[in-house]
Design a binder for this molecule. Structure first.
Ligand SMILES: [Zn+2]
Length: 407
């Protein structure tokens, strides 16, 4: 129990604390410099922090129809897997772009990603390549520096898994990939050119698109061998789950419950152009009809056909073009192309949220704050602050009352 002396000290402290808002408000009303500093602080705090949360709060997880909403893990019913998919963050190196551009855009990406981690809390994040802008050129010292920055910006909470695939800016287009560059990327991000992962009963195949050149190089032949193995693993798992008699080759593969896979890669599957993309963040009209070059803007027709045969995906998700797209291949298999996550490449960047069970899925697009909106908020806010400095024109007279004055 506090003594009488302590009690009176506490009362005095409480009294002083209660006076603080009144004092701030008094100076806010009467002192233009104080008012200017407080309003500028509030404007910057809103534009650089709160706005990201307000915009991303509007984005919700998609929902599956009730009868499709449950998956199974080890025979037990489970809620759908919640996955976030981003692409083309292109964090700047030391050659391209202005330092102010780097600071500004990377702050925006970090705030958006971290806001989404807090609000959406996905179980798994897939990053579909071109994480770095100059990974293809930089020295090992520079590479390590940018990887460290990337991992800080895109830090995920414990309990969230991250999977990445390589993009052409991470290791180069096929003609310039060196073993060294590819291996250092794979090591830094714990990935490999072809991976099959099973998460909560959902199967994903992750692919390095540049390994699909089809010229028999070391990287390409290893990838083709791995894809052929995966194709067999999938066939065996499917046959076994359907109770079919399977060939002896199936005994050599890991056993898992078959779920038609989801293919994740940097390049989109072959499409002639973005002409049929109609999502809100699709390419602008002056880019939409430019024909895609196979192996540069999308996979070749041949590689795409092979992937459909080997993997038979139920959904494909890709990046690379920097613009959003939704297309249906052969009128059956949907492909989402994710916009760039960086304001350097897109004024309205977006990412995908997907809820997935072993059989069903639903995907929705989420938009990051629009850079133009933030600029407009700054301009409007500064105008309001300047106008507010005109009032009051005269200092008010302060009247002290004997009963209320401070002791
Ligand atoms: Zn790319």
């Amino acid at each position: 129990m506090p003594s009488r002396n302590q009690g009176s000290k506490l009362d005095a402290m409480a009294y002083i604390i209660c006076q603080i808002p009144g004092i701030i408000f008094f100076y806010f009303r009467t002192n233009k410099l104080v008012r200017f500093i407080i309003l500028v602080f509030l404007l910057v705090f809103y534009c650089e922090f709160l706005h990201y949360y307000f915009v991303l709060l509007m984005c919700k997880w998609p929902t599956l129809p009730h009868q499709q909403a449950e998956g199974t893990i080890g025979g037990m019913k489970s809620p759908p897997l919640k996955a976030m998919i981003i692409a083309d963050t292109h964090i700047l190196g030391w050659r391209e772009g202005h330092w102010l551009d780097r600071i500004r855009r990377e702050w925006m990406m970090e705030k958006s990603f971290q806001a989404s981690m807090t609000i959406h809390n996905p179980q798994v994040v897939f990053m579909l390549g071109d994480l770095l802008d100059e990974g293809k050129w930089c020295s090992s010292k520079e590479f390590n520096f940018h990887v460290k920055r990337f991992k800080k910006m895109f830090k995920v909470p414990s309990g969230t898994d991250v999977y990445t695939v390589a993009g052409n800016h991470d290791i180069g287009f096929h003609y310039m990939i060196s073993d060294y560059n590819r291996r250092r990327f794979d090591k830094a991000f714990s990935t490999s050119p072809v991976q099959m992962v099973h998460i909560d009963g959902v199967t994903f195949v992750l692919l390095n698109s540049m390994a699909m050149e089809g010229d028999g190089c070391n990287l390409c032949s290893q990838a083709i061998n791995d894809l052929e193995d995966i194709s067999w693993e999938l066939k065996c798992a499917k046959g076994i789950s359907e109770g079919k008699e399977m060939p002896a080759v199936c005994n050599g593969f890991n056993k898992f419950k078959y779920s038609q896979p989801i293919l994740l890669q940097h390049f989109p599957m072959y499409r002639p152009s973005d002409a049929n993309c109609t999502v809100p963040d699709a390419a602008p009209l002056d880019e939409k009809y430019i024909p895609f070059r196979e192996k540069w803007d999308c996979l070749s027709q041949e590689a795409s056909k092979q992937l459909f045969e080997w993997i038979n995906p139920r959904l494909i998700i890709s990046g690379h073009t920097h613009h959003g797209c939704y297309v249906l291949h052969n009128e059956v298999t949907p492909e989402w192309t994710v916009s760039s996550f960086s304001w350097r490449n897109k004024k309205n960047p977006s990412f995908l949220l997907a809820v997935i069970t072993g059989k069903n899925f639903e995907v929705s697009q989420c938009y990051l704050p629009n850079e133009y909106t933030i600029f407009s908020l700054y301009i409007t806010g500064i105008l309001i602050i300047l106008i507010s400095l005109l009032f009051p024109r005269r200092q008010p007279t302060v009247i002290y009352d004997e009963d209320t004055k401070l002791h």
